[in-house]
Design a protein around this ligand. Structure first.
Ligand code: ATP
Ligand code: MG
Length: 524
């Protein structure tokens, strides 16, 4: 056993004897001998000692003082007193003060077993402390995750209902604006109203943007993941990013060659890059450098376990800046929605919440490192995939006629939304069958004689939701196309369907034209 001894002993001869005894006992000692307080204090500055052995009768140093100094600096390191003579009273006093053992020079056979025992105990003690510290870190992480989860549920719930309300505002204003556009005389008379409506529409769209961010944070956005090249995504965004920032800020790209592919929703990842870059810009009002870096990466077992991730191969995206940085307190809160240090009206505090939600939903991890006055670096991991990028043929963007005469079953539990969708479709020539949920829709399908071409359905509805209805219809071999509409969905079937491209989906709130175009596209 190799051990580092700190020997508090005034006699070099006794020290020699002790070392010889240790060697005979199978110990390989390295040691330093000190005999006064200042030398002891200096020695204690080095963290290398496995054990302290202290004589009880020192000319200039009280052994209890030595004990106190040693235990203050190294509470776990064993402290054994070895002495030629000692009263029982002194021995008890030393043990009470924290000495680990007391050995008489006349009974040295006890020394080696005592050392072995105390070294073992200290090891166990250190291990225990390490486990406790790890546990504390994990607990803190869990607490943070739970907090964000709870806020996410609340925010997501509100955003979901709010989305329905917004859909109506947006669609209705859209209809009125369109009516006015078609009728120039009316538009002229209603000029102030028209202007007001445009404002309503703009605000509505902004509100829709905010709810989308909230849904992103609560991980309830619809994912449409594809295999992509992260480098390509960054390069494609570069021009747009440069336009976002002042001239005093430089953007540097540092993209790894032969970067493996990742499978993510590219729209969401663009959002991540943009939010991070905007934050960096805001952190550097006097200019600086933003570096966007990509590299193949890995999460080893220990790191993965720490962050509740799967160990393995990842691709990382690092956005760093030379900005103002953040203190620890700020860093703890940055992912909370509505947490912002920016003055009122400047920031909503949703940027990083969105990043957090998106990264989690795409099975990734986001970490931050920051130092006040030096800068900040966000690192985002995404799992690598071996699949290749699918080449999608670019759609021809001809202005399709958006009218039709087919029959559409509209299932939506929100009556005003249902009426709106029905009105729009009827106005554009379609025959419409409204239903307030899957059960009612089943009845309609059973009694309707002619074919139904398309089912436009909400996902979550009381009694019977869209996916359950679709499944029932599949069993009955119904021949209609399905278009699902929702602000978000936790429905596994839908998610899988979207992932595999089997399910057609539209995000709420939708624009009128978008709905009509999508309906036409499906029917053709
Ligand atoms: N790169 C950075 N450097 C310094 N501080 C940052 C950086 N990124 C984020 N922060 C801190 O984190 C806070 C939250 O960021 P977040 O993006 O969520 O909201 P925001 O930027 O304040 O508002 P917005 O909703 O407009 O994004 C910021 O107010 C800022 O204090
Ligand atoms: Mg921001």
């Amino acid at each position: 056993m190799n051990l580092n001894f700190l020997l508090v002993e005034d006699s070099p001869v006794d020290c020699e004897l002790l070392i010889r005894h240790l060697k005979k006992g199978g110990i390989e000692p390295t040691y330093l001998r000190v005999e006064n307080e200042s030398a002891l204090v200096a020695a204690l500055e080095q963290p290398k000692w496995d054990l302290v052995i202290c004589d009880y009768h020192l000319p200039t140093l009280d052994p209890l003082t030595a004990l106190r100094l040693a235990k203050t600096k190294m509470p776990i390191t064993p402290f054994i007193i070895v002495s030629g003579s000692v009263s029982e009273e002194d021995a008890v006093k030393a043990l009470k003060a924290g000495a680990n053992d007391y050995i008489l020079k006349t009974n040295m056979t006890r020394l080696i077993p005592a050392i072995e025992r105390e070294i073992g105990e200290a090891g166990k003690h250190r291990e225990q402390l390490r486990i406790e510290a790890d546990l504390k870190v994990k607990e803190e992480q869990l607490r943070q995750a739970q907090k964000l989860d709870a806020i996410g549920q609340l925010a997501g719930g509100i955003a979901h209902d709010f989305n329905n309300v917004l859909a109506i505002i947006l669609i209705q204003t859209g209809i009125i604006v369109k009516t006015l556009d078609k009728n120039p005389e009316l538009k002229k008379i209603a000029e102030p109203i028209y202007k007001g409506l445009e404002q309503v529409k703009k605000s509505g769209e902004r509100a829709a943007g905010l709810t989308r961010q909230l849904l992103a944070f609560s991980r309830k956005q619809i994912l449409q993941p594809r295999v992509i090249k992260l480098n390509q995504l960054v390069v494609d965004m570069e021009k747009m990013l440069r336009r976002l920032i002042e001239e005093s800020v430089t953007i540097k790209l540092n993209l790894a060659e032969n970067l493996p592919n990742i499978k993510v929703d590219p729209n969401h990842i663009e959002q991540v890059v943009m939010n991070l870059v905007i934050n960096s810009r805001d952190a550097m009002p006097k200019g600086g450098t933003i570096t966007i870096e990509t590299r193949p990466d890995e999460l080893d077992d220990k790191t993965a376990q720490r962050y509740d991730m799967k160990p393995g191969r990842y691709v990382s995206l690092i956005v760093s800046d030379t900005g103002c940085g953040m203190d620890e307190e700020t860093q703890k809160r940055i992912f909370e929605p509505f947490f912002t240090t920016k003055e009122a009206g400047k920031g909503t505090g949703l940027g990083l919440s969105t990043v957090y939600g998106i990264v989690q939903q795409n099975k990734g991890l986001v970490l931050v490192e920051s130092k006040v006055g030096v800068g900040t670096s966000f690192k985002v991991y995404f799992p690598q995939v071996d699949e290749d990028v699918k080449v999608v043929q670019s759609e021809k963007k001809t202005k399709t006629d958006i009218r039709g005469s087919e029959t559409i079953l509209v299932i939506e539990d929100d009556s005003s939304l249902r009426n709106l969708a029905c009105d729009i479709l009827t106005e554009n020539g379609y025959k419409v069958l409204p239903a307030k949920n899957g059960v009612e829709a089943m009845g309609i399908v059973a009694s309707h004689q002619s074919p139904i071409h398309l089912v436009l359905t909400d996902v979550v509805m009381p009694e019977m939701g869209g996916p359950e209805f679709a499944k029932a219809m599949q069993e009955q071999k119904m021949n209609a196309k399905f278009l699902f509409v929702s602000g978000y969905t936790d429905n596994v079937l839908i998610r899988e369907g979207i992932d595999s491209g089997k399910i057609q989906f539209m995000e709420k709130p939708y624009r009128l034209e978008a709905l009509l175009e999508k309906v036409r596209e499906l029917l053709d």
